[in-house]
Design a protein around this ligand. Sequence first.
Ligand SMILES: Cc1cc2nc3c(=O)[nH]c(=O)nc-3n(C[C@H](O)[C@H](O)[C@H](O)COP(=O)(O)O)c2cc1C
Length: 379
Amino acid sequence: MAGTNLVAGILGKISKDPYKIIGPFINGCSPETIRRFQLMMLADGVFEPRRKRRGDDSVLGIKLWNKKFPNPIGVAAGYDVNVQAIDALMELGYGFGEVGTMTYEKDTIPRKIIKLKADQAFIDQSIGYNNLGSGELVQRLVERRGHKGIVGVSIGENTNYAEKEEDVRNRVDPIEQYKNLVRVVAPYADYVTVNISSPNMMGTAEYETEMGFDKLVRNLKDALQKSAPINTPQLLFKIRTDISDLTKEVIAKIAIKEQVDGLIIGGTSKRRPEELKSSVAYKETGGLSGKPIFDSSTFLLKEMYYYTQGQIPLIGVGGVFTGKDAYIKIRSGASLVQLHTALMYKGPKVVEEIKTDLAKRLKADGFKSAAQAVGVDLR
Ligand SMILES: Cc1cc2nc3c(=O)[nH]c(=O)nc-3n(C[C@H](O)[C@H](O)[C@H](O)COP(=O)(O)O)c2cc1C
Protein backbone atom coordinates (compact mmCIF):
# COMPACT_ATOMS: atom_id res chain seq x y z
CA MET A 1 0.00 0.00 0.00
CA ALA A 2 2.83 2.37 0.83
CA GLY A 3 4.12 1.88 -2.71
CA THR A 4 0.72 2.74 -4.11
CA ASN A 5 0.66 5.84 -1.95
CA LEU A 6 3.91 7.05 -3.42
CA VAL A 7 2.80 6.26 -6.97
CA ALA A 8 -0.51 7.92 -6.09
CA GLY A 9 1.15 11.14 -5.09
CA ILE A 10 3.31 11.36 -8.20
CA LEU A 11 0.60 10.35 -10.67
CA GLY A 12 -1.99 12.60 -9.10
CA LYS A 13 0.34 15.54 -9.65
CA ILE A 14 1.18 14.93 -13.28
CA SER A 15 -2.15 13.89 -14.75
CA LYS A 16 -5.84 14.70 -14.47
CA ASP A 17 -6.60 11.03 -15.05
CA PRO A 18 -3.72 8.96 -13.66
CA TYR A 19 -5.27 5.83 -15.12
CA LYS A 20 -4.48 7.06 -18.63
CA ILE A 21 -0.77 6.74 -17.72
CA ILE A 22 -0.82 3.63 -15.58
CA GLY A 23 -3.77 1.83 -17.21
CA PRO A 24 -1.91 0.51 -20.27
CA PHE A 25 0.58 -1.26 -17.93
CA ILE A 26 -2.00 -2.62 -15.53
CA ASN A 27 -4.32 -3.74 -18.30
CA GLY A 28 -1.83 -6.49 -19.14
CA CYS A 29 -2.49 -8.08 -15.74
CA SER A 30 -5.18 -10.56 -14.76
CA PRO A 31 -8.71 -9.16 -14.26
CA GLU A 32 -8.54 -9.64 -10.50
CA THR A 33 -5.18 -7.82 -10.32
CA ILE A 34 -6.62 -4.96 -12.37
CA ARG A 35 -9.60 -4.68 -10.03
CA ARG A 36 -7.52 -4.92 -6.86
CA PHE A 37 -5.06 -2.35 -8.14
CA GLN A 38 -7.80 0.08 -9.09
CA LEU A 39 -9.47 -0.32 -5.70
CA MET A 40 -6.15 0.26 -3.96
CA MET A 41 -5.51 3.37 -6.04
CA LEU A 42 -9.00 4.63 -5.27
CA ALA A 43 -8.68 3.97 -1.55
CA ASP A 44 -5.26 5.67 -1.55
CA GLY A 45 -6.72 8.81 -3.11
CA VAL A 46 -4.93 8.57 -6.49
CA PHE A 47 -8.07 9.72 -8.29
CA GLU A 48 -9.02 12.43 -5.84
CA PRO A 49 -9.97 15.52 -7.83
CA ARG A 50 -7.21 18.15 -7.66
CA ARG A 51 -9.77 20.87 -7.41
CA LYS A 52 -13.19 20.61 -5.80
CA ARG A 53 -15.37 18.82 -8.34
CA ARG A 54 -18.11 20.89 -9.90
CA GLY A 55 -21.63 19.60 -9.26
CA ASP A 56 -23.29 17.62 -12.02
CA ASP A 57 -25.19 19.29 -14.84
CA SER A 58 -28.79 19.58 -13.64
CA VAL A 59 -30.05 17.77 -16.76
CA LEU A 60 -28.48 14.59 -15.34
CA GLY A 61 -30.34 14.74 -12.02
CA ILE A 62 -33.02 12.16 -11.40
CA LYS A 63 -35.50 11.71 -8.57
CA LEU A 64 -36.35 8.13 -7.87
CA TRP A 65 -38.06 6.58 -4.87
CA ASN A 66 -37.44 9.16 -2.13
CA LYS A 67 -33.91 9.88 -3.35
CA LYS A 68 -32.22 12.51 -5.47
CA PHE A 69 -29.56 11.02 -7.74
CA PRO A 70 -27.13 13.73 -8.96
CA ASN A 71 -26.69 11.66 -12.13
CA PRO A 72 -27.87 8.24 -13.30
CA ILE A 73 -24.45 6.58 -13.68
CA GLY A 74 -23.61 4.03 -11.00
CA VAL A 75 -21.07 1.36 -10.14
CA ALA A 76 -22.39 -2.20 -10.55
CA ALA A 77 -22.00 -4.98 -7.99
CA GLY A 78 -18.94 -7.16 -8.34
CA TYR A 79 -16.47 -4.27 -8.48
CA ASP A 80 -16.18 -2.95 -4.92
CA VAL A 81 -17.26 -6.25 -3.43
CA ASN A 82 -15.70 -5.70 0.01
CA VAL A 83 -16.60 -2.04 0.63
CA GLN A 84 -13.04 -0.82 0.08
CA ALA A 85 -13.39 2.20 -2.14
CA ILE A 86 -17.06 3.09 -2.41
CA ASP A 87 -16.63 6.53 -0.86
CA ALA A 88 -13.77 7.36 -3.23
CA LEU A 89 -16.01 6.31 -6.14
CA MET A 90 -18.78 8.59 -4.89
CA GLU A 91 -16.27 11.45 -4.60
CA LEU A 92 -15.26 10.83 -8.21
CA GLY A 93 -18.77 11.63 -9.36
CA TYR A 94 -20.74 8.42 -9.65
CA GLY A 95 -24.43 9.01 -9.05
CA PHE A 96 -24.71 5.89 -6.89
CA GLY A 97 -22.88 2.67 -6.17
CA GLU A 98 -23.56 -0.92 -5.26
CA VAL A 99 -21.24 -2.94 -3.03
CA GLY A 100 -21.17 -6.74 -2.78
CA THR A 101 -22.37 -9.24 -3.73
CA MET A 102 -22.17 -10.05 -0.02
CA THR A 103 -23.00 -13.45 1.44
CA TYR A 104 -23.89 -14.21 5.05
CA GLU A 105 -20.80 -16.34 5.65
CA LYS A 106 -17.43 -15.49 4.17
CA ASP A 107 -16.98 -17.05 0.71
CA THR A 108 -13.43 -18.09 -0.12
CA ILE A 109 -13.84 -19.82 -3.48
CA PRO A 110 -11.42 -17.81 -5.67
CA ARG A 111 -12.85 -15.86 -8.54
CA LYS A 112 -12.13 -17.20 -12.02
CA ILE A 113 -12.28 -14.62 -14.78
CA ILE A 114 -11.08 -14.66 -18.39
CA LYS A 115 -10.11 -11.42 -20.06
CA LEU A 116 -11.27 -10.84 -23.64
CA LYS A 117 -9.35 -7.66 -24.36
CA ALA A 118 -10.07 -7.53 -28.08
CA ASP A 119 -13.79 -7.57 -27.27
CA GLN A 120 -13.60 -5.28 -24.22
CA ALA A 121 -15.24 -8.05 -22.27
CA PHE A 122 -14.77 -10.68 -19.56
CA ILE A 123 -16.03 -14.18 -18.98
CA ASP A 124 -16.85 -14.71 -15.33
CA GLN A 125 -16.49 -18.38 -14.42
CA SER A 126 -16.64 -17.87 -10.66
CA ILE A 127 -18.92 -20.10 -8.66
CA GLY A 128 -20.43 -18.06 -5.87
CA TYR A 129 -19.41 -14.63 -4.65
CA ASN A 130 -15.94 -14.40 -3.19
CA ASN A 131 -16.29 -11.88 -0.35
CA LEU A 132 -15.44 -11.31 3.29
CA GLY A 133 -18.93 -12.13 4.55
CA SER A 134 -21.58 -10.10 6.33
CA GLY A 135 -19.78 -9.90 9.70
CA GLU A 136 -16.83 -7.91 8.36
CA LEU A 137 -18.71 -6.09 5.62
CA VAL A 138 -21.54 -4.81 7.81
CA GLN A 139 -18.85 -3.45 10.13
CA ARG A 140 -17.37 -1.57 7.15
CA LEU A 141 -20.82 -0.22 6.28
CA VAL A 142 -21.25 0.94 9.87
CA GLU A 143 -17.90 2.73 9.70
CA ARG A 144 -18.78 4.59 6.49
CA ARG A 145 -22.10 5.86 7.86
CA GLY A 146 -22.49 9.59 7.34
CA HIS A 147 -20.53 9.59 4.06
CA LYS A 148 -22.41 11.07 1.16
CA GLY A 149 -23.73 9.17 -1.83
CA ILE A 150 -26.44 6.62 -2.49
CA VAL A 151 -25.01 3.19 -1.77
CA GLY A 152 -26.88 -0.06 -2.27
CA VAL A 153 -25.87 -3.48 -1.03
CA SER A 154 -26.07 -6.57 -3.21
CA ILE A 155 -26.78 -9.81 -1.37
CA GLY A 156 -26.41 -13.39 -2.55
CA GLU A 157 -26.44 -16.92 -1.26
CA ASN A 158 -23.42 -18.81 0.03
CA THR A 159 -22.19 -21.51 -2.27
CA ASN A 160 -21.20 -24.38 -0.10
CA TYR A 161 -21.85 -26.54 -3.11
CA ALA A 162 -20.28 -27.03 -6.52
CA GLU A 163 -22.32 -27.44 -9.65
CA LYS A 164 -23.81 -30.79 -8.64
CA GLU A 165 -27.54 -31.29 -8.43
CA GLU A 166 -27.49 -33.22 -5.12
CA ASP A 167 -25.41 -30.52 -3.42
CA VAL A 168 -27.90 -27.87 -4.48
CA ARG A 169 -30.66 -29.84 -2.80
CA ASN A 170 -28.68 -30.05 0.44
CA ARG A 171 -27.88 -26.37 0.68
CA VAL A 172 -29.00 -24.01 3.44
CA ASP A 173 -32.39 -22.56 2.50
CA PRO A 174 -31.43 -19.52 0.40
CA ILE A 175 -34.52 -17.55 1.47
CA GLU A 176 -33.37 -17.88 5.09
CA GLN A 177 -29.90 -16.72 4.02
CA TYR A 178 -31.35 -13.70 2.20
CA LYS A 179 -33.55 -12.86 5.17
CA ASN A 180 -30.57 -12.98 7.53
CA LEU A 181 -28.65 -10.73 5.17
CA VAL A 182 -31.53 -8.28 4.85
CA ARG A 183 -31.74 -8.05 8.64
CA VAL A 184 -28.07 -7.13 9.04
CA VAL A 185 -27.66 -4.77 6.08
CA ALA A 186 -31.02 -2.95 6.09
CA PRO A 187 -30.04 -0.22 8.57
CA TYR A 188 -26.91 0.67 6.54
CA ALA A 189 -28.08 0.35 2.93
CA ASP A 190 -29.85 2.92 0.76
CA TYR A 191 -31.22 0.01 -1.21
CA VAL A 192 -30.81 -3.75 -1.12
CA THR A 193 -30.43 -5.84 -4.27
CA VAL A 194 -31.15 -9.54 -4.20
CA ASN A 195 -28.78 -10.96 -6.76
CA ILE A 196 -30.32 -13.85 -8.67
CA SER A 197 -28.49 -12.94 -11.86
CA SER A 198 -25.47 -15.21 -11.92
CA PRO A 199 -25.57 -17.71 -14.79
CA ASN A 200 -23.01 -19.83 -12.90
CA MET A 201 -25.33 -20.60 -9.98
CA MET A 202 -27.70 -23.50 -10.51
CA GLY A 203 -29.95 -22.54 -7.62
CA THR A 204 -31.23 -19.23 -8.96
CA ALA A 205 -33.53 -20.90 -11.50
CA GLU A 206 -36.07 -21.69 -8.75
CA TYR A 207 -36.80 -17.96 -8.44
CA GLU A 208 -37.68 -17.72 -12.08
CA THR A 209 -41.00 -19.51 -11.61
CA GLU A 210 -44.13 -17.62 -10.63
CA MET A 211 -44.37 -19.29 -7.22
CA GLY A 212 -40.65 -19.10 -6.54
CA PHE A 213 -40.26 -15.41 -7.38
CA ASP A 214 -43.46 -14.48 -5.54
CA LYS A 215 -42.29 -16.31 -2.41
CA LEU A 216 -38.86 -14.68 -2.58
CA VAL A 217 -40.29 -11.19 -3.00
CA ARG A 218 -42.92 -11.50 -0.27
CA ASN A 219 -40.49 -12.96 2.26
CA LEU A 220 -37.84 -10.33 1.70
CA LYS A 221 -40.26 -7.40 1.62
CA ASP A 222 -41.52 -8.53 4.97
CA ALA A 223 -38.02 -9.04 6.43
CA LEU A 224 -36.91 -5.62 5.19
CA GLN A 225 -39.95 -3.85 6.59
CA LYS A 226 -39.42 -5.47 9.98
CA SER A 227 -35.66 -4.79 10.06
CA ALA A 228 -35.90 -1.13 9.08
CA PRO A 229 -39.48 0.12 9.63
CA ILE A 230 -38.29 3.73 9.39
CA ASN A 231 -36.24 4.73 6.35
CA THR A 232 -36.84 1.31 4.82
CA PRO A 233 -34.35 0.79 1.99
CA GLN A 234 -35.70 -0.05 -1.44
CA LEU A 235 -35.75 -3.69 -2.44
CA LEU A 236 -34.43 -4.55 -5.91
CA PHE A 237 -33.89 -7.80 -7.75
CA LYS A 238 -31.10 -8.33 -10.26
CA ILE A 239 -32.14 -10.82 -12.90
CA ARG A 240 -30.34 -13.07 -15.36
CA THR A 241 -29.80 -11.78 -18.88
CA ASP A 242 -30.63 -15.09 -20.53
CA ILE A 243 -34.14 -15.68 -19.13
CA SER A 244 -36.89 -17.19 -21.26
CA ASP A 245 -39.85 -15.21 -22.60
CA LEU A 246 -42.12 -16.88 -20.08
CA THR A 247 -39.82 -15.88 -17.20
CA LYS A 248 -39.79 -12.27 -18.39
CA GLU A 249 -43.56 -12.14 -18.14
CA VAL A 250 -43.62 -13.94 -14.79
CA ILE A 251 -41.06 -11.60 -13.21
CA ALA A 252 -42.85 -8.54 -14.58
CA LYS A 253 -46.23 -9.77 -13.34
CA ILE A 254 -45.00 -10.42 -9.79
CA ALA A 255 -42.96 -7.20 -9.74
CA ILE A 256 -46.13 -5.23 -10.50
CA LYS A 257 -48.32 -7.25 -8.13
CA GLU A 258 -45.88 -6.89 -5.22
CA GLN A 259 -44.84 -3.36 -6.17
CA VAL A 260 -41.14 -4.26 -6.26
CA ASP A 261 -39.01 -1.09 -6.03
CA GLY A 262 -36.84 -1.95 -9.00
CA LEU A 263 -35.28 -4.54 -11.29
CA ILE A 264 -31.64 -4.57 -12.37
CA ILE A 265 -31.25 -5.85 -15.91
CA GLY A 266 -29.10 -7.79 -15.88
CA GLY A 267 -26.12 -10.00 -15.08
CA THR A 268 -23.58 -11.58 -17.40
CA SER A 269 -24.67 -13.81 -20.28
CA LYS A 270 -23.98 -17.45 -21.09
CA ARG A 271 -24.68 -16.77 -24.76
CA ARG A 272 -21.94 -15.96 -27.25
CA PRO A 273 -22.73 -13.48 -29.99
CA GLU A 274 -21.38 -14.43 -33.42
CA GLU A 275 -18.97 -11.59 -33.96
CA LEU A 276 -16.58 -12.11 -30.99
CA LYS A 277 -12.92 -11.50 -31.85
CA SER A 278 -11.54 -13.69 -29.06
CA SER A 279 -11.90 -17.30 -30.22
CA VAL A 280 -11.33 -18.54 -26.65
CA ALA A 281 -14.78 -17.16 -25.79
CA TYR A 282 -16.42 -19.94 -27.80
CA LYS A 283 -14.51 -22.64 -25.92
CA GLU A 284 -15.06 -21.33 -22.41
CA THR A 285 -18.33 -21.38 -20.52
CA GLY A 286 -19.39 -18.74 -18.01
CA GLY A 287 -20.94 -15.30 -17.94
CA LEU A 288 -19.93 -12.87 -20.67
CA SER A 289 -19.80 -9.16 -19.81
CA GLY A 290 -18.89 -5.93 -21.57
CA LYS A 291 -19.38 -4.60 -25.10
CA PRO A 292 -20.61 -7.85 -26.67
CA ILE A 293 -23.64 -7.97 -24.36
CA PHE A 294 -24.75 -4.38 -24.89
CA ASP A 295 -27.33 -5.23 -27.56
CA SER A 296 -28.82 -8.29 -25.86
CA SER A 297 -29.04 -6.66 -22.42
CA THR A 298 -30.58 -3.52 -23.93
CA PHE A 299 -33.12 -5.62 -25.79
CA LEU A 300 -34.06 -7.37 -22.54
CA LEU A 301 -34.33 -3.98 -20.86
CA LYS A 302 -36.83 -2.87 -23.52
CA GLU A 303 -38.81 -6.05 -23.11
CA MET A 304 -38.96 -5.67 -19.32
CA TYR A 305 -40.00 -2.02 -19.66
CA TYR A 306 -42.77 -3.16 -21.94
CA TYR A 307 -43.86 -6.07 -19.70
CA THR A 308 -43.79 -3.90 -16.56
CA GLN A 309 -45.68 -1.15 -18.43
CA GLY A 310 -43.13 1.41 -17.28
CA GLN A 311 -44.41 1.01 -13.71
CA ILE A 312 -41.29 -0.49 -12.15
CA PRO A 313 -38.00 1.46 -12.09
CA LEU A 314 -35.36 -0.41 -14.09
CA ILE A 315 -31.59 -0.20 -13.82
CA GLY A 316 -29.83 -0.94 -17.11
CA VAL A 317 -26.46 -2.68 -17.01
CA GLY A 318 -24.46 -4.48 -19.67
CA GLY A 319 -21.80 -3.13 -22.02
CA VAL A 320 -22.09 0.56 -21.17
CA PHE A 321 -18.81 2.27 -22.13
CA THR A 322 -19.88 5.67 -23.45
CA GLY A 323 -22.40 8.46 -22.99
CA LYS A 324 -24.17 7.20 -26.09
CA ASP A 325 -24.52 3.73 -24.54
CA ALA A 326 -25.94 5.21 -21.33
CA TYR A 327 -28.35 7.35 -23.35
CA ILE A 328 -29.59 4.31 -25.29
CA LYS A 329 -30.16 2.42 -22.01
CA ILE A 330 -32.18 5.35 -20.63
CA ARG A 331 -34.24 5.70 -23.81
CA SER A 332 -34.82 1.93 -23.63
CA GLY A 333 -36.39 2.17 -20.17
CA ALA A 334 -33.58 2.52 -17.63
CA SER A 335 -34.04 5.11 -14.90
CA LEU A 336 -30.47 4.43 -13.79
CA VAL A 337 -27.45 2.82 -15.47
CA GLN A 338 -24.55 0.83 -14.02
CA LEU A 339 -21.01 0.10 -15.21
CA HIS A 340 -18.71 -2.77 -14.48
CA THR A 341 -16.53 -3.85 -17.42
CA ALA A 342 -15.98 -0.27 -18.67
CA LEU A 343 -14.65 0.68 -15.26
CA MET A 344 -12.17 -2.18 -15.38
CA TYR A 345 -10.88 -1.39 -18.89
CA LYS A 346 -11.01 2.40 -18.81
CA GLY A 347 -10.46 3.13 -15.14
CA PRO A 348 -12.78 4.76 -12.61
CA LYS A 349 -12.70 8.20 -14.22
CA VAL A 350 -14.62 6.92 -17.22
CA VAL A 351 -17.69 8.30 -15.45
CA GLU A 352 -16.69 11.87 -16.34
CA GLU A 353 -16.69 11.42 -20.10
CA ILE A 354 -19.90 9.38 -19.93
CA LYS A 355 -21.69 12.11 -17.97
CA THR A 356 -20.44 14.95 -20.19
CA ASP A 357 -21.56 13.18 -23.34
CA LEU A 358 -24.86 12.05 -21.84
CA ALA A 359 -25.73 15.61 -20.77
CA LYS A 360 -24.98 16.86 -24.30
CA ARG A 361 -27.18 14.22 -25.87
CA LEU A 362 -30.09 14.86 -23.51
CA LYS A 363 -29.98 18.59 -24.20
CA ALA A 364 -29.55 18.16 -27.96
CA ASP A 365 -32.80 16.17 -28.00
CA GLY A 366 -34.60 18.79 -25.94
CA PHE A 367 -34.90 16.92 -22.65
CA LYS A 368 -34.91 18.98 -19.48
CA SER A 369 -33.95 15.99 -17.34
CA ALA A 370 -32.81 12.39 -17.70
CA ALA A 371 -36.16 11.32 -16.23
CA GLN A 372 -37.98 12.68 -19.30
CA ALA A 373 -35.96 10.42 -21.57
CA VAL A 374 -36.68 7.18 -19.70
CA GLY A 375 -38.34 4.74 -22.07
CA VAL A 376 -39.01 7.25 -24.88
CA ASP A 377 -38.04 4.71 -27.53
CA LEU A 378 -40.98 2.59 -26.40
CA ARG A 379 -43.59 5.25 -25.97
C1 LIG B 1 -15.87 -10.64 -13.07
C2 LIG B 1 -17.28 -10.24 -12.80
C3 LIG B 1 -17.76 -10.32 -11.49
C4 LIG B 1 -19.09 -9.95 -11.24
N1 LIG B 1 -19.55 -10.04 -9.96
C5 LIG B 1 -20.83 -9.68 -9.72
C6 LIG B 1 -21.36 -9.74 -8.39
O1 LIG B 1 -20.69 -10.08 -7.43
N2 LIG B 1 -22.66 -9.36 -8.21
C7 LIG B 1 -23.46 -8.95 -9.23
O2 LIG B 1 -24.62 -8.62 -9.02
N3 LIG B 1 -22.96 -8.87 -10.50
C8 LIG B 1 -21.69 -9.23 -10.74
N4 LIG B 1 -21.22 -9.15 -12.03
C9 LIG B 1 -22.10 -8.66 -13.11
C10 LIG B 1 -21.92 -7.16 -13.34
O3 LIG B 1 -22.32 -6.41 -12.23
C11 LIG B 1 -22.74 -6.71 -14.57
O4 LIG B 1 -24.09 -7.00 -14.32
C12 LIG B 1 -22.32 -7.39 -15.85
O5 LIG B 1 -20.92 -7.56 -15.89
C13 LIG B 1 -22.75 -6.60 -17.07
O6 LIG B 1 -22.28 -5.28 -17.03
P1 LIG B 1 -20.92 -4.79 -17.77
O7 LIG B 1 -21.04 -5.21 -19.20
O8 LIG B 1 -20.88 -3.31 -17.57
O9 LIG B 1 -19.82 -5.49 -17.09
C14 LIG B 1 -19.90 -9.52 -12.31
C15 LIG B 1 -19.39 -9.44 -13.60
C16 LIG B 1 -18.09 -9.80 -13.85
C17 LIG B 1 -17.57 -9.72 -15.26
